[in-house]
Design a protein around this ligand. Structure first.
Ligand code: GLP
Length: 237
């Protein structure tokens, strides 16, 4: 695991964008993408670069159940706004949150990932250690599944919604095994509020109680942190 500590999220995002560009230069064609505030500086740096994703495809981690692509809280909307509209991919896949047939959404997404192995997967981390929407307790061998969001995740995500009651209770998410199947994983975290979970995930025991701790078992992980998020880590230099 390679841990890079930058002064702030802005600089971290520039390093993140370089990881994407290097992967492209080395022939990567399938990019696993994430939403949330964390990857935004990386997406901004990509948007302001000469990167060309027109021959690549993207597969997003997750989507709320019940939100349409034109709902400004849907993850499809977020991706269009922050990346795809400026840097289009050949195809961009996000789980279909409007389809209530969970079995079909799940099977289609698993087939997509199986037939398009992910070269580079970017991840943020939730306060409880979730990656994608894989909440604590999710089995490490899980593939795409429908998730009941935990109260703490609903609480954390409420800041993006007008009212807490508007936050969907369910999501479709790639599973932990789907994420671990990526050839290279880029985890980013910024801010003091992530310091504790970063310490647990990277230097604590590998346990399903902290989903991101599974990354310790992956052979090719790059972690980009700001100084605040790295502040509880020991012996990283
Ligand atoms: C959401 C997303 C995750 C994201 C997490 C952290 O729950 N499903 O993919 O990593 O929030 O969000 P943020 O980056 O805004 O802290």
């Amino acid at each position: 695991m390679k841990i890079i500590v930058e002064k702030n999220a802005q600089l971290g995002g520039q390093v993140g964008a370089k990881v994407f560009k290097d992967a492209l230069a080395q022939g990567a064609t399938v990019f696993g993408l994430a939403t949330g505030s964390t990857p935004m500086t990386t997406y901004d740096a990509l948007v302001n670069s000469d990167v060309d994703f027109s021959q690549a495809i993207s597969i997003n981690l997750d989507e709320y159940v019940g939100l349409t692509p034109d709902n400004d809280q849907s993850y499809r909307y977020f991706m269009q706004k922050h990346l795809f509209d400026q840097k289009p991919f050949k195809h961009s896949y996000v789980p279909d949150g409007t389809n209530p047939d969970a079995t079909k959404v799940i099977n289609d997404y698993n087939h997509l990932i199986e037939t398009h192995p992910i070269d580079l997967q970017i991840l943020g981390i939730g306060h409880n250690g979730h990656i994608g929407f894989n909440e604590p307790g999710t089995p490490f061998d899980s593939l795409t599944h429908e998730v009941n969001l935990t109260p703490s995740t609903i609480e954390a995500n409420a800041r993006f919604f007008e009212r807490k009651e508007d936050v969907p209770q369910k999501a479709y998410s790639m599973g932990i095994a789907s994420i671990m199947g990526a050839k290279h994983i880029l985890l980013e975290a910024y801010g003091t509020e992530k310091a504790h979970i970063i310490k647990e995930a990277l230097q604590g025991p590998v346990t399903e109680d902290v989903p991101a701790s599974v990354l310790q078992n992956h052979p090719n992980v790059t972690v980009i942190l700001d100084e605040a998020a790295a502040s509880e880590l020991q012996n990283i230099h």
